[in-house]
Design a protein around this ligand. Structure first.
Ligand code: TRP
Length: 380
């Protein structure tokens, strides 16, 4: 069986380092591994509209931002098809048929949707017209099943919050295949293998990096912006003086180091501390942690190191982004071509689906058969 990847993001803002370690970095690795036959990366604008119906302009503006982030992070249009969800109308058609395979009660149990409804205040009981959950939002897990199955994806690399969506997709696949015949493919989720990457906290230590909380480091941030954010980061509130013993667990600086630090960084960044009051003599993250726990390692020191580590990843991304920003026609051409290919693939699956459901009345040969069958019925 072909090995196929589908994944994507809602274009509601620029991508941040939580997106990067949670999924984007892995996608680039998978893309370059050569182990996959087809790779589809979707900008989920239609899904973004399920809770931004009043602001299509925001979604429209962010399509290019996400595309720029994708390309600068290393997604290669020669290897991965980048496309825009709303331009593949086959996806909405599949969703319409899958709607019948899912109950309202099952959707209500989806923990991510439940949480998001809370977060957005949709369940609040105020006089405001805003209260209430848009039906499209409530049903987005079904549309996500369409996204995944349209491409016969076998692997979906996503963050942990998407687990319930993949589970729901698998249920839909089983239900479809047992009802209509074996057409759809059950996808596997692929989560980050590093604990710190599963859910990167915000710079303020809050559980999630999110634009509305203002605690993000964006892939497109300048070196100055990154340093300002790192300087202001939440560490260990009990670690007041350099000599105090510090906590590593729940310390955002260490969580980011867990997510970004590579063995070669110790050698590479030793020189960054030359001429400072203190020298940086560590050879591994474990050594840094041990010293911090014992006391005698200041927050500014580890923040300086983290800044070096982050920029080691972010600088090449930033530079590629600046180049691409000067070549916007190229970026749209990538999306247009990717969408064309995605559309052809989704159309094939939709045809398979309709055939299995026997709602392909006018397909070649089918109409003749239908006429014969119905004529016979009335000839009796
Ligand atoms: N829900 C994903 C997000 O919030 C975006 C998305 C839409 C997606 N359809 C998908 C991800 C299909 C993986 C597979 O970013």
């Amino acid at each position: 069986m072909a090995k196929i990847i589908l994944t994507g993001d809602r274009p509601t803002g620029r991508l941040h380092i939580g997106h990067y370690v949670g999924s984007l970095r892995r996608r680039v690795e998978l893309q370059n591994s050569g182990n996959f036959d087809e790779i589809y990366i979707m900008i989920a604008d239609a899904q973004a509209l399920t809770d931004n119906a009043d602001n299509p302009e925001k979604v429209r503006q962010n399509i290019i931002e996400v595309a720029l982030d994708y390309l600068s992070a290393g997604l290669d249009p020669e290897k991965s098809h980048l496309f825009i969800q709303s331009q593949v109308s086959e996806l909405t058609e599949l969703t319409f048929f899958y709607n019948n395979l899912v109950t309202v009660q099952r959707l209500q149990r989806n923990p991510t949707v439940k949480q998001e409804i809370q977060l957005r205040g949709f369940s609040d009981n105020d006089e405001d017209n805003k209260a209430g959950t848009p039906v499209g939002f409530f049903c987005y897990p079904i549309s996500q099943a369409a996204d995944i199955t349209a491409f016969k994806a076998t692997v979906v690399p996503v963050g942990e919050d998407q687990k319930p969506m993949i589970e729901q997709t698998r249920e839909i696949v089983r239900k479809f295949n047992s009802t209509y015949g074996p057409v759809l493919v059950e996808p596997e989720i692929m989560l980050p293998d590093n604990e710190a990457c599963l859910r990167l906290p915000g710079t303020d230590g809050k559980a999630k990096m999110s634009k509305s909380l203002g605690n993000c480091i964006y892939l497109s941030d300048s070196a100055e912006e990154v340093w300002a954010k790192v300087k202001g980061m939440y560490t260990d509130p009990l670690h007041l003086q350099v000599s105090d013993p510090g906590h590593v667990e729940g310390n955002t600086v260490f969580t980011y180091l867990d997510a970004f630090c590579k063995p070669e960084h110790f050698e590479k960044f030793r020189s960054a501390f030359v001429g400072k009051k203190v020298s940086f003599e560590f050879n591994s993250l474990d050594e840094v942690k041990e010293q911090y726990r014992k006391g005698g390692l200041g927050d500014m020191m580890i923040k300086n190191f983290l800044n070096c580590v982050l920029n080691d990843t972010l600088e090449p991304i930033r530079n590629r982004r600046h180049e691409l920003e000067q070549n916007i026609p190229y970026v749209y051409e990538v999306l247009r071509k990717g969408t064309e290919i995605a559309r052809a693939k989704a159309a094939e699956t939709l045809a398979d689906v309709k055939r299995a459901m026997k709602i392909n009345y006018f397909d070649p040969g089918v109409l003749d058969e239908l006429i014969r069958e119905q004529s016979e019925k009335y000839a009796k």
